[in-house]
Design a protein around this ligand. Structure first.
Ligand SMILES: C[S@@+](CC[C@H](N)C(=O)[O-])C[C@H]1O[C@@H](n2cnc3c(N)ncnc32)[C@H](O)[C@@H]1O
Length: 286
């Protein structure tokens, strides 16, 4: 069989497996995973796949090895990885990008998940992919050159200006939401926000910090919040401060993140209504 025909079938099976592992049933998301070629984003193989906490080199440069539910090293020596497909499927499903919407992807890496979003919002929508590291932003630009609905910006996604967004999808661990992510969220817009402490995820992956992911939805002046999952992810440059990090570590020690319902952009609520409270913001139970 022709190699491209084989890979197309493998990609369709991968998309089904990824969505099943995520517990997501959405034919649009499945089609997006089935159509974006992971090998076009990760550079020439063989690739370093994360297996049981270590990088393991694929036996060859056959792209078939990229179609498993695994993280793949982008810059393994810095522990920057292309994220786990089913984890992203869960979060993308929660972000619920509709055709015609504008998605801002902070921490785009080499652009694989930006391309998935581009498929989901279609030609009438758009994706602004922001990547901090110049070498990765350059690769993302090249990888996404055929997507007329994607703009790649190199910079700090916590301060780089962008137009109003229906989805802000952050792929690096912050200690607090950046103002621009909340200011530029459209009415009904959804922010996927990973918050991580400074604690290393493991001895092997000590640059990867662990924490939790919240979904924040803008409703009028309110920001509804709900816990989505635990996470271990590379830190978000420019969106970490010591006070919020300490408050987050304390909140995680205490537990109760699954009961959070609101994000406030002040810290005026009494402590017993808050899961986490720091200067100028809090995550609260009501
Ligand atoms: C865990 S990697 C994920 C990359 C990509 N989303 C993927 O799964 O292939 C996190 C990425 O966020 C980038 N990053 C960290 N802080 C950032 C910031 N403030 N603004 C934009 N990108 C940032 C890192 O350089 C890295 O490429």
């Amino acid at each position: 069989m022709d190699k491209q025909a084989e890979l197309s079938i493998v990609r369709q099976a991968y998309a089904k497996q990824v969505l099943a592992a995520a517990g997501v049933s959405d034919s649009r998301i499945e089609s997006a995973y089935a159509s974006v070629r992971r090998e076009d984003f990760l550079g020439p193989g063989p690739w370093e796949i994360v297996r049981f906490g270590n990088y393991v080199r694929t036996p060859s440069d056959d792209p078939v090895y990229l179609y498993t539910n695994d993280l793949v090293g982008i810059i393994p020596e810095r522990q920057i990885n292309n994220g786990e497909p089913s984890f992203h499927a869960t979060l993308i499903n929660q972000a619920a990008p509709a055709a015609g919407e504008h998605v801002v992807h902070v921490g785009a890496g080499v652009g694989y998940y930006s391309a998935i979003f581009a498929e989901l919002v279609g030609k009438s929508g758009g994706v602004t992919a922001i990547e901090y590291l110049p070498e990765l932003a350059t690769r993302a630009k090249a990888n996404l050159r055929d997507y007329s609905n994607v703009e790649v910006l190199q910079g700090d996604g916590a301060v780089t200006p962008f137009r109003e967004a229906h989805v802000v999808y952050v792929n690096a661990g912050a200690t607090r939401p950046a103002d621009i992510w909340l200011d530029q969220l459209a009415q009904g817009g959804r922010l996927v926000l990973p918050l991580t402490t400074d604690k290393g995820f493991s001895d092997t992956f000590d640059k990867i910090t662990s924490g939790v992911v919240f979904r924040i939805e803008r409703r009028g002046d309110a920001y509804l919040a709900n816990w989505l999952s635990s996470v271990a992810v590379f830190p978000c440059a420019g969106s970490r401060d010591e006070e919020s990090e300490l408050a987050l570590a304390e909140a995680l020690r205490k537990g109760g993140e699954q009961k959070v319902t609101r994000l406030y952009r002040d810290n005026l609520l009494p402590a017993d209504r808050c899961w986490l409270r720091a200067s100028g913001w809090c995550l609260a139970y009501s």
